[in-house]
Design a protein around this ligand. Structure first.
Ligand code: NAD
Ligand code: UGA
Length: 461
């Protein structure tokens, strides 16, 4: 089948590549002509594991091509996917301008009988709106609009696309149901479940799924804080509740608050839709507030528990919003590093993949090429992203290179006993504290305080 992909970002590039892998002829267009130029030369504008090899393979086989021309991409396509951005507006609502612009572009070149499938995450009613826009642009055109939300995660995007938990197709007519079912046949034949529903149902499934997953994270983060106050360990607690099949084990890892290009904006859009339509989503509204406060509160803990002084050096390990991506959108580091700086601390930062992106957002940071370089002479290390290389860090080398030896592990990556065995003072999330001397490390590390003036921690949330 001939497919056009509008938008060559994380979702557009991955899905275009995967559609080509499963046998379709795909043409991909992006409004950013520099991005298309890069892609034409085989360069990937994003980091996503396995994507580069897969993309090169399908380009070489002639199944995938890139084009600066919307007309060239769209005119021969049976199905046109829109995978453009849907950022949040100031009030938390969704900015549909990219979707609307893409709909106008597509309507000019679409062949009669073709289907436009919205892959971007959009609020209920967007398919109807896109249909109206396109009908205004080309009144005599016979076409269909469908919702086909995407559930892939950055960092495992290819596996998620090719082995999905489900494929959701929202359509209001037979043509789009049958064409989209055909597009996904190679996956459904291999056992991927298909949910065929109406367009508003599909639109809402996507938001409700993200909101629910974010709630699970918010829940376990608060449970972790309770564990810390009660002497319990969030690891076994999460395992114990996750074994209940009604709950499930995933998304129960405590962290510094969820980030990324999706959960923060999608929970806000979900809440905004609830307010607009008179069905307030109070749980999600509270979650959004608690998630933001968590990032600030963890910065406060570094200052309060680390016994830090003005001018103390903090090594921030991990700038991406999670491991295996170079994406820093709404990452914990972007909130935590400026709070530490505001308190008079020097921030040194490292990330295996996200330094280039982080440089656009963080100011006055000292950039380090390795985790050890970041930790050299540092008073505290704060782990914010669960990169494998931090999990496998050489603790002996870390302990030798640091000045004061305080480690804040906000991903519970390290083994508390191994850290303590190397003489490091260790703080993690919701796990009993272990100090090098076997004493409790609750509260401040006053013994480590030097002669510099202690900085005030921001108010507790
Ligand atoms: P992105 O910002 O990485 O990519 C969007 C691309 O669309 C950009 O390259 C931009 O130049 C291009 N674009 C914008 N307007 C255009 C137009 N009119 N014509 C052609 N190209 C245009 O965004 P993304 O992360 O790929 O997300 C896209 C959508 O998919 C969003 O709605 C997002 O919520 C959703 N989504 C994202 C993920 C994810 O993991 N990133 C997963 C599932 C769903
Ligand atoms: C998320 C969803 O998982 C995808 O299904 C969805 O398609 C996507 O949003 C989207 O709609 O765009 P993604 O943002 O790539 O995917 O990353 P996740 O793995 O979901 O992580 C999101 C955030 O939650 C990260 O900051 C991560 O560190 C955090 N997280 C995740 C936790 O703190 N604990 C967990 O147990 C899981």
């Amino acid at each position: 089948m001939q497919i056009a992909m509008i938008g060559a970002g994380y979702v557009g590039l991955t899905t275009a590549t995967c559609f080509a892998e499963i046998g379709h002829e795909v043409a991909c267009h992006d409004a950013d002509s520099e991005r298309i130029r890069q892609l034409e030369t085989g360069e990937l504008p994003i980091y996503e594991p396995r994507l580069e090899e897969a993309m090169r393979r399908v380009v070489a086989s002639g199944k995938l091509r890139f084009s600066r021309s919307g007309a060239d991409c769209v005119s021969g396509a049976d199905v046109v996917f829109l995978a453009v951005g849907t950022p949040a507006m100031r009030d938390g609502g969704i900015d549909l301008s990219q979707v609307e612009a893409a709909a106008r572009l597509v309507s000019r070149w679409l062949k009669p009988g073709a289907v436009v499938a919205i892959k971007s995450t959009v609020v209920a009613g967007t398919c109807r709106r896109v249909r109206e826009i396109m009908a205004e642009e080309r009144q005599s055109l016979d076409f269909s609009v469908a919702a086909n939300p995407e559930f892939l995660r950055e960092g495992s995007a290819i596996e998620d696309f090719l082995c999905p938990d489900r494929i959701v197709i929202g359509c209001d007519d037979r043509r789009s149901a049958s064409l989209l079912s055909e597009v996904y046949r190679p996956l459904t034949e291999r056992g991927a479940p298909k949910v065929l529903s109406s367009t508003p149902n599909a639109e809402l499934i996507k938001y409700a799924a993200n909101a629910f997953l974010a709630l699970k994270i918010g829940f376990i983060n608060e449970v972790a804080d309770l564990c810390a106050q009660t002497g319990a360990d969030v690891g076994p607690v999460a395992e114990g509740i996750g074994l209940d099949r009604r709950i499930g084990p995933s998304f129960l890892r405590p962290g510094p608050g969820y980030g990324g290009s999706c959960f923060p904006k999608d929970t806000c859009a979900f809440a905004a839709t609830g307010r607009d339509r008179g069905a307030r989503q109070f749980l999600i509204e509270t979650l959004i507030e608690r998630n933001e406060k968590r990032k600030a509160a963890l910065a406060g803990r570094v200052i309060a528990q680390g016994g830090l002084r003005k001018g103390s050096v903090v090594a921030v390990l991990g700038l991406a919003f999670k491991a295996n991506t170079d994406d820093v959108r709404e990452s914990a580091a972007l909130t935590i590093a400026p709070i530490l700086q505001k308190a008079g601390l020097r921030v040194r930062a490292h990330d295996p993949k996200a330094m280039t992106n982080a440089r656009q957002w963080l100011r006055d940071v000292e950039w380090a090429d390795t985790a050890y370089e970041a930790a050299h002479g540092a008073d505290a290390v704060v782990v914010l992203t669960e990169w494998e290389e931090y999990k496998n860090i050489d603790l002996g080398r870390l302990a030798c290179t640091m000045s004061q030896r305080v480690v804040f592990d906000y991903r519970n990556l390290l083994d508390p006993r191994a850290v303590a065995a190397h003489g490091l003072i260790y703080f993690s999330l919701g796990r009993p504290p272990v100090s090098p001397a076997g004493k409790s490390t609750r509260g401040r590390v006053s013994a480590l305080a030097g002669t510099r003036r202690r900085v005030a921690a921001p108010a507790r949330d």
